[in-house]
Write a protein that binds this ligand. Structure first.
Ligand code: ADP
Ligand code: MG
Length: 223
């Protein structure tokens, strides 16, 4: 059974002659244990797809189903509950809170949600991402690459059933980028979750079970 489903989804911005169809009619489904890549040029609709998938934006037409729940008609409060419980976002804009240390970013999640990683699992995650020495630092004291790795830790910490990553390796060197993809793959397989990664970097698609291409708002399966 699909974890995530798009049924006849479209997304337009603006009106009349200024109207942009960012996402043309899209049908899509993702299953448990799948690591999926979406590639495509800038402006093709990748981020629109990802933010709709995670309930951050609503579609213009069609419906989004997450773990059998149709989230399309839910009000913002209910959608934010679904996001908190089911979705791990790794977005281009960092999800880090400026006035909290790395450790406290995670502890904050413990206050709002149960079922997060144990202490030992978090230690392992810090080690896998090479951020174990950064735990008492604030986001402003981290480099771009470090911030990105902390943001990845934060989204995996809540054990989401769906991980949506927008260019998660953009500010990392190749070696780190491969390590992050390896980590996302291991998480996806071991925990039987679903991960969708938007990337420019075609070297990363080797890690993925399926590869979709986005062109002018049209999503097609490549592999
Ligand atoms: P990508 O992530 O592939 O670079 P986007 O999904 O960000 O592409 O954008 C797809 C198209 O939709 C672009 O033409 C972009 O300008 C437009 N678009 C995206 N978000 C908005 C918005 N909030 N308002 C107006 N146009 C938007
Ligand atoms: Mg984008």
């Amino acid at each position: 059974m699909a974890v995530l489903e798009f049924n006849k989804v479209t997304k337009s911005f603006g009106s009349d002659h200024k109207r942009v169809e960012a996402l043309k009619e899209t049908n899509f489904h993702a299953e448990k244990g799948e690591l999926i890549a979406i590639i495509g040029p800038s402006g093709s609709g990748k981020s629109t797809f990802l933010t709709i998938a995670g309930g951050l934006q609503t579609p213009t037409e069609g419906e989004i189903i997450i773990n059998s729940q149709n989230i399309t008609k839910l009000n913002e409060k209910k959608r934010s509950k679904v996001r908190l419980k089911d979705i791990g976002f790794i977005l281009q804009a960092s999800n880090l809170i400026p006035f909290l240390t790395v450790d406290n970013q995670m502890k904050l999640l413990d206050k709002v949600k149960k079922g997060n990683m144990s202490k030992t699992e978090l230690e392992q995650l810090y080690n896998d991402l090479g951020i174990e020495d950064l735990r008492h630092k604030y986001p402003a004291d981290l480099s771009g690459g470090e911030r990105q790795r902390v943001a990845i830790a934060k989204s995996l910490y809540s054990n989401p059933s769906i991980i949506l990553a927008d260019e998660p390796t953009a500010s990392l060197d190749s070696e780190r980028a491969y390590e992050v993809m390896e980590l996302l793959k291991t998480e996806t397989k071991n925990k039987n979750t679903t991960t969708i990664v938007v990337t420019h970097d075609i070297r990363l698609i080797e890690y993925c079970d399926k590869v979709y291409k986005m062109t002018d708002g049209v999503l097609t399966l490549e592999k």
